[in-house]
Design a protein. Structure first.
Ligand code: FAD
Ligand code: SF4
Length: 335
């Protein structure tokens, strides 16, 4: 780990000014930054500690929706009664991420900006070729071990998966990222790798995420997050799905449905084709299974990760059908 200058920002303006310095990095919970500094991927010259900035850890939930401060810790957001009631998928996604200790440290802003778990990216000494780390150096993963890599949104330059759980739930429910006065819909916040996989988001040097907001919706209220992984805890998703459903008055016909995938794409992946195929139709198991296959439209496998093309639609279908079970439980109707 290289030496760096440490500053504790006393105000948002000071944080922005210091973060605009060359090779500066913001420090929130530190669970990504310190990790990457230790393995030689992050080499900040200036670390700007924002953990004491006032007012950035507020969580408010009303009938209109939620606003979550960028410094709110994962565990606090997950356990917030309003979030659990209005956005169960968000709470579940947070609780299925990392470990209890990490969730107590990690913040919502830092969570969004976590980096890929591509093993080649995280080992610069052994694998100098990585377009995400060193633009133009090549990609060590293509042709290598790719079990955890992406099948959607990839490019010839990079096939790394976006690993976060929370972001999939935020994408499903149309969250907005607040960067001071600037607001960016979350789907636009995460960039596809294309020819510039080193650019993962639209933040300019010195910009600080201040909050994430979520509009309330019936689909968000009846939502869940299903995560399939190699072991049941402390593991990233092999494939995951955030889904939410609203029904017509008959309790069977789908009025609104949201589907987003995690663990299979280079960014949190909204599966609009699945949503379009199911809207207006009764919730029936076979129709759900058929529609869920559209989640991997355009998928490209790279060797070891081909299993995700089968797995992801199953995860989507299981998640949707698990919500139909709650309809039966709550209303006495069958799906
Ligand atoms: P930091 O490390 O402080 O910051 C991360 C990045 O964001 C840095 O580049 C920093 O400069 C920048 N940043 C932070 N705050 C802001 C801001 N407000 N504005 C602009 N830039 C900012 N995540 C999952 O989703 N699922 C998992 O299963 C999972 N498992 C994990 C297992 C391990 C062992 C570890 C170490 C992490 C795991 N994670 C998992 C990732 C974890 O969720 C993130 O490390 C954490 O959320 C990052 O938050 P932080 O506050 O610690 O970020
Ligand atoms: Fe780097 Fe992306 Fe290739 Fe991984 S997949 S080695 S992050 S360029």
């Amino acid at each position: 780990m290289r030496d760096f200058a440490y500053h504790r920002a006393g105000s948002l303006d000071e944080a922005r000014r210091l973060a605009a310095l060359p090779a500066a990095a913001l420090l929130a919970g530190g669970t990504t930054l310190i990790d990457l500094a230790k393995c030689g991927v992050a080499e900040p010259e200036t670390v700007v500690d924002i953990t004491r900035l006032p007012g950035l850890d507020t969580i408010t939930v009303s009938e209109a929706g939620a606003s979550i401060g960028a410094l709110a810790r994962m565990s606090r957001v997950a356990e917030h009664p309003g979030i659990k009631a209005q956005f169960p998928a968000v709470s579940e996604a947070l609780l299925k991420g990392a470990s209890a200790q990490l969730r107590n440290m990690a913040t919502i802003g830092g969570n969004l900006l976590q980096r890929t778990r591509c093993a080649y990216f995280r080992d610069p000494a052994a694998f100098p070729a990585c377009n995400k780390r060193e633009p133009g150096s090549g990609c060590s993963a293509i042709g290598g071990v790719t079990r955890n890599h992406a099948i959607l949104g990839t490019s010839e330059a990079c096939i790394a998966t976006y690993p976060g759980d929370l972001a999939a739930a935020l994408v499903a429910f149309d969250a907005v990222v607040h960067i001071g006065e600037r607001q960016v819909p979350i789907d636009d916040f995460f960039l596809l790798p294309g020819t510039t996989p080193d650019r993962e988001h639209p933040l300019a040097p010195g910009e600080v995420i201040t909050a994430v907001s979520l509009p309330a919706s019936e689909a968000a209220r009846r939502s869940t997050y299903l995560k399939v992984r190699d072991r049941q805890s402390y593991e990233f998703a092999a494939a995951s799905a955030a889904v939410g459903i609203a029904f017509e008055a008959d309790g069977r016909t789908i009025r609104d449905i949201r589907v987003a995938l995690g663990g299979v794409a280079t960014k949190p992946w909204r599966a609009r084709a699945v949503e379009d195929a199911l809207k207006g139709r009764p919730l029936e198991a076979e129709a759900v299974r058929q529609a869920s296959r559209l989640a991997v439209e355009g998928a490209v496998a790279h060797g070891d990760n081909a299993y995700k093309i089968d797995l992801a639609p199953r995860v989507v279908a299981r998640a949707i059908l698990s919500l139909s079970e709650t309809v039966g439980k709550n209303s006495g109707e069958t799906a």
